[in-house]
Design a protein around this ligand. Sequence first.
Ligand SMILES: [Zn+2]
Length: 94
Amino acid sequence: MAAIINVCVDPRLNHEVIRAQVRARLERLRLPAQLVYITSDVGGNLGVSFRSTAELVLKNQDRVEFAAVFHHDDCVAFRATSAARAPGTFPPPS
Ligand SMILES: [Zn+2]
């Protein structure tokens, strides 16, 4: 059972800390994930790495139990370019 978490490329984000936090949270939800994949793209947008990772998990006959996209405030990517977060990509407009 795998989890895929997509985050921003912001260098302040520590992937190992995020991985441990996600694993702990999923265990509390009784969704223990053996593999927690962290993917990243500018602004936390879904990109090639997320899609490729999902394909890899499925090719390995594993199941994606949990997927999440984290956006954050005070984003380095946002400050660098106004186009950092592609509008309407995630979450979909309500
Ligand atoms: Zn960011």
